[in-house]
Design a protein. Structure first.
Length: 408
């Protein structure tokens, strides 16, 4: 087994490599957020106008369940890949092609069953891209550069959400929106594929099914900092997911905007700009100070304020203010949390698999969110209660990051 692919990196990466990795991440998040923010909501309403929340929650929830399983498995497969092209590049390209196929299925779906098939394919293969790409950071980037590079990679979901929402909105039709997202996700990975230069793993670790399955359990007693990092990310994403899942319907039914799709795009653009500005600034600041936790704590409290604004001021100006505050807080979180997580990984051999386990904390909340959000919106107080619950969970996540001991 070559040690080059497993050694802690010491050479700083160049901007061109970072741009290629970020663009690949933007592509997969565009493939996810274009449907989540607009297309799946519109399609659910078109297929079941009287039961749109249930259909939308069913499709996104089952898709997220696929993501929960797929993320760590793709990571483990990537860690063991001995292709002459490296461990990460084959799954980046193959995953993009598979996700595009799922989007094309969605573009022609005329029933809920085919929606489920298409969305599950997008989640399944999108996670292959994400697992490979997130692992490239600890593979190639030295610790002292991870706040900046990791921040850029983590924040890729923000322009990804903006691009995906734009592709889903500007073309007007549901089918065309899916096709546009499919084309973009394939194009987005090509710069990385062209210049990946992944270190090759000559001999894969021995495969024993029982040990392979056991590897997905990372004991919080043996690795407590990993456990706390997982829990805080999980709570951050639960808070975000229950607040943002029904944003389209919140704007349409609670705020009363005339065009919810365009309004989602406008809010996403405002949120994206605020997130990018703060992520760039705070990622570099975190590297200079050598501190991570204080930034994550602050971000949780700021994001909770945004949810409170949405709960008590359900107007268009309130939604704009909420997007600004949320963007500021989320930018700080994204720029620093990914760097923190790469510093608590148990070992170099299983980087992608361990990051896949971390990514469960991103996808599992999408399974839980519809179960929590749908009854609250329908029967237990509506959107004010939903956003107050989001605020409490997000603030708690920020506080609990203090439990991580090995990172300042």
């Amino acid at each position: 087994m070559t040690t080059e692919s497993l050694a802690e990196p010491t050479m700083r990466v160049r901007p061109g490599w970072t741009v290629a990795v970020v663009l690949a991440n933007v592509g997969v998040f565009a493939a996810w957020f274009g449907p989540i923010q607009v297309l799946l909501a519109k399609q659910s309403e078109a297929l079941a106008p009287d039961n749109k929340e249930f259909v939308f929650g069913l499709v996104t929830g089952i898709g997220a369940a696929v993501s929960v399983v797929a993320a760590p498995i793709w990571g483990a497969v990537s860690d063991r890949t001995t292709s002459r092209f490296g461990r990460r590049m084959p799954w980046t390209l193959g995953g993009a092609l598979g996700a595009a196929a799922g989007l094309l299925v969605l573009s022609g779906a005329q029933g809920v069953a085919l929606m489920l098939v298409g969305w599950c394919l997008v989640q399944l293969f999108g996670n292959a891209v994400l697992a490979a790409q997130t692992a490239t950071v600890p593979d190639r980037v030295p610790v002292e550069q991870r706040g900046v590079v990791g921040g850029w990679v983590a924040v890729a979901q923000v322009p990804g959400a903006l691009v995906g929402t734009a592709l889903a909105t500007v073309f007007g039709g549901i089918a065309v929106g899916y096709i546009a997202c499919a084309i973009f996700v394939v194009l987005s990975v090509l710069p990385y594929v062209a210049r990946a230069q992944d270190a090759r793993l000559v001999v894969a670790p021995a495969f024993v099914l029982r040990d392979f399955l056991r590897g997905f359990w990372i004991s919080p007693r043996r690795y407590p900092d990993f456990g706390w990092a997982w829990l805080t990310r999980f709570l951050f994403n639960v808070g975000n997911s229950i607040g943002l899942l029904y944003l389209f319907y919140y704007l349409q039914d609670e705020v009363g905007v005339p065009d919810a799709g365009t309004s989602v795009l406008v809010l996403t653009a405002i949120y994206s700009v605020c997130t990018l500005v703060t992520a760039i600034a705070f990622g570099a600041w975190s590297d200079r100070l050598g501190r991570r936790k204080i930034f994550v704590v602050a971000s949780g409290l700021v994001m909770a304020v945004a949810a409170v604004v949405l709960a008590f001021w359900p107007t268009w100006p309130g939604a704009v203010l909420g997007a600004i505050v949320l963007g500021i807080g989320f930018g700080v979180y994204l720029s620093v949390d990914f760097a923190l997580i790469t510093e608590v990984l148990p070992n170099a051999v299983d980087r992608a698999k361990d990051l896949g386990v971390i990514n469960i904390a991103n996808s599992l909340p999408q399974v839980i969110a519809p179960v929590i959000a749908a009854p609250i919106v329908k029967h237990l107080g509506g959107y004010p209660v939903l956003y107050l619950l989001s605020a409490v969970i997000t603030a708690l996540a920020g506080v609990l990051v203090g439990k991580v001991r090995s990172v300042k």
